[in-house]
Write a protein that binds this ligand. Sequence first.
Ligand code: NAP
Ligand code: GDP
Length: 323
Amino acid sequence: MSSPEKTVVMVTGGSGLVGKAIQEVIEAEEGTLNERWVYLSSGDGDLTCPIQTSAIFDKYMPTHVIHLAAQVGGLFANMKYKVQFWRNNVIMNDNIFQECHKRNIKKLVSCLSTCIFPDKTTFPIDETMIHDGAPHFSNEGYAYAKRMVDVQNRMYRDQYGMKFTSVIPTNIFGKHDNFHLEDSHVIPGLIHRGYLCKQKGEPFQIWGTGKPLRQFIFSKDLARLMVWTLRSYDEADPIILSVGEEDEVSIADVAHTVAKALGFEGEIQFDATKADGQHKKTANNAKLRRYLPDFKFTPFEDAMKETVEWFTENYATPGRVRK
Ligand code: NAP
Ligand code: GDP
């Protein structure tokens, strides 16, 4: 990315959790004078529509694309809307691949997820195992749509020599997340519910047994790693962007960390009638560590504190918090 001509990096899904974090990281940087960054939201056009997608490329003329836009949701949204998760993501991804190829985009980085990995597998999971068995039934619409991105990356590289690649983050959290009470991921959902329970003096209800294990990455850490991927990672094969296996936590641990950050001192209850989802998806970040042995992740409690502070400060401002 050091060519003299202007580099234009277009970030689809720029108004979401990860897009906003990338914007924060880029704006804090000095020395990116040769790069112009453009952050899209659905207000720029609907990426499930090929005509609108093409018009967006005409308007911004990107040289590089980070493709984040997706229908995204937690376990419970994935179980309810399997067809929409499949269709919207497959169509959006296909439109982006098509435009990036047609316009000879220099690099496309798309976003997969550790929840697309096989359900019945050995742990830890690495980048070579994406297609080795069916995903967990709860999110098969999303998982198969995302798996196809890896297939598309390989096919466009093999047939056309395109530099298309993908990253595989674990569960992400941070400012600008979707804090919907039912359809969000676990951390934003619990922050919102815990906040309301504290106000009402009610017990804090956690869905499921609290036993499943997850690795979480703070959106700002992921953003730094994705910017590195765009500039410096040249493989077509995906790379897992995750904290280490030793940083895996249980949902019960998460609930206690959320409660502490909120200053919630009441009772925490687990509702085992609700789904647990996949027990664990432990990912191996050895490949990332080979490239970036010294990368420092934000400690989980610090990242939670920053997220909760942002949520409570912005909760009452209309349009600030997606909920
Ligand atoms: P997010 O906060 O839900 O944001 C989604 C973004 O996509 C928003 O900017 C949204 O625009 C845009 N979008 C959705 N549908 C669109 C459409 N039809 N046309 C144009 N734009 C559309 O998502 P995120 O959590 O940042 O996720 C970013 C990427 O990371 C996704 O590819 C996701 O699959 C992946 N990922 C997420 C997680 C996680 O825990 N969140 C974990 C692993 C991987 P508006 O704001 O205008 O609606
Ligand atoms: P997943 O990692 O893809 O399964 O997605 P989530 O971020 O939705 O995490 C799901 C895990 O958190 C499951 O074990 C749920 O039982 C548990 N969980 C506990 N409370 C909540 C909640 O309020 N929302 C969500 N989405 N999950 C919850």
